[in-house]
Design a protein around this ligand. Structure first.
Ligand code: SF4
Length: 460
């Protein structure tokens, strides 16, 4: 089943679930990360206050975005950073390409940036003849494997150690069958070190842009953003316009929340502050809209722009954990991606808001208190009204509504269903049209309906 040429979430998840062992292991691995997040959060008595403050700061940012962006731009320019605006992915990629051309950059290293994934920068530059090297270890692994990230914080979380060993054997010449993490990491370190030394340009994302100072902050665990930017002459930072915070003093609130929510660490290993180019070097900042202003204009969904991309909602989501990031067919998967993606292409992503149990666990863990499950529910209503027609669902709802409004018919059909389920052969009940029953068994059929039971027992 597909929407246009794109598989629905359910169809893509079915592919992943064919490998039951991997699905189970993926679920357990992410749950472990969720538990680490809980332990880290519980150690801070002020955790809930931090979430409240972060949410309020982001509310302020969203309601003053225009002014704060101009302030940020002006301060950054005063610091000697060249600033460009990009209304969409195409403009973003063209800015990067032009900067590389103007500065005769031939070798480019890139640290993890979800925005550049969203804009398809690697593909764009590769078509122009550039060799773009992703330097985050997880990103490099999936780059070797010709895949896209399956998680925004742990891009290669879908791969097992053994598979990474095979990938390194093919691309880095490590010993066949070797999967010791220390050995593989050392091989990656040696490989990437050479790439850092050779590079003359470095691209990074931005975790937080500070309107008050015109500076920005990049968080990594491997120090790869620092290695790239310190060795290359040109630093291009790509930032979504929602990544702003008003003051430097606000930064501590977000840094305390980000790493704890993402991986359970107190802080990311490297929290790098960039304010101005070093003497003789150049620094560029590209501020990218790419649908964010449109999302800001949707009252029910504007809160989704508060996201600081910690990944906690993915780690806790029972659907994401079992179906993996690839099932979402979107740069940002999981619960928050299922809110953001329909805003960019409703037809393509119309199945995503339905990939949720609406249990609310995502909203519970979100460090900036986005009402994720409520927005997913809201998207379902919008999609039902405006999305592609779903005649089978509409007919079923109409029929259900009619039956429920006629008590005698409801009682009669209930009795009929109980009798048929009891007496029908299993093969007839679990037929190929019964998608629900593919992986599940119905409970034993009760002798009577609840109404009958209640009428018999209410006096006692
Ligand atoms: S929506 Fe919240 S929990 Fe999910 S990635 Fe964004 S900040 Fe983290």
């Amino acid at each position: 089943m597909a929407t246009g040429s794109v598989k629905t979430h359910a169809a893509a998840a079915e592919e992943f679930l064919k490998d039951g062992e991997r699905s189970h292991w993926h679920d357990e691995t992410l749950w472990h990360v969720r538990q680490k997040r809980d332990t880290a959060a519980q150690k801070l008595p002020e955790w809930e206050s931090l979430r409240d403050v972060a949410s309020q700061i982001k509310d302020y940012v969203l309601s003053h975005l225009d002014g704060l962006l101009l302030q940020f731009e002006q301060k950054a320019r005063e610091n000697g950073i060249e600033v460009f605006w990009a209304k969409d992915a195409k403009e973003h990629n063209e800015h990067v390409y032009r900067i590389l051309q103007e500065n005769n950059v031939t070798k480019l290293v890139k640290s993890k940036s979800i925005l550049t994934e969203e804009c398809g920068l690697n593909h764009f530059l590769e078509e122009k003849g550039y060799d773009v090297v992703d330097t985050d270890l997880g990103e490099r692994i999936i780059q070797f494997n010709k895949q896209v990230p399956s998680h925004i914080v742990m891009p290669a979380i879908h791969l097992k150690k053994r598979e990474i060993g095979d990938i390194f054997h093919t691309h880095l010449g490590t010993e066949a069958g070797a999967d010791d993490p220390g050995y593989l990491t050392e091989a990656a370190r040696q490989h990437l070190r050479q790439k850092f030394i050779e590079a003359d340009g470095a691209v990074t994302g931005v975790n937080f842009g500070i309107a008050e100072t015109g500076g920005f902050v990049v968080c990594t665990n491997e120090g790869n953003a620092d290695m790239g930017t310190h060795l290359a002459d040109i630093h291009i930072a790509c930032m979504g316009i929602e990544k702003l915070i008003p003051r430097a003093a606000d930064l501590g609130v977000f840094l305390r929340l980000l790493a704890r929510s993402a991986t359970g660490q107190s802080i990311t290993n490297y929290t790098s502050h960039f304010h101005r180019p070093r003497p003789g070097k150049k620094m560029y900042l590209i501020l990218v809209d790419n649908g964010r202003t449109a999302q800001l204009g949707r009252e029910d969904f504007r809160n989704s722009l508060k996201c600081i991309r910690c990944g906690a909602c993915m780690n806790t989501c029972p659907i994401y954990r079992r179906s993996s990031g690839f099932s979402y067919n979107a740069t940002v998967p999981g619960p928050i991606g299922s809110i953001l993606s329909p805003g960019t292409d409703l037809k393509k992503h119309s199945s995503l808001p339905f990939a949720s149990t609406l249990c609310g666990s995502c909203s519970e863990v979100c460090p900036v208190k986005i009402n994720i499950h409520e927005q997913l529910y809201k998207w379902r209503q919008v999609i039902t009204e405006e999305g592609p027609p779903q005649p089978a669902k509409k007919w079923a709802m109409k029929f259900g509504g009619m039956v429920m409004s006629k008590p005698r018919l409801y009682d009669f059909l209930g009795k009929l269903a109980r009798r048929s389920l009891k007496n029908s052969p299993k093969g007839l009940i679990y037929n190929r049209f019964n998608a629900w029953g593919k992986k599940r068994d119905l409970p034993d059929v009760p002798k009577e309906s609840f109404k009958e039971w209640y009428q018999k027992n209410r006096k006692s």
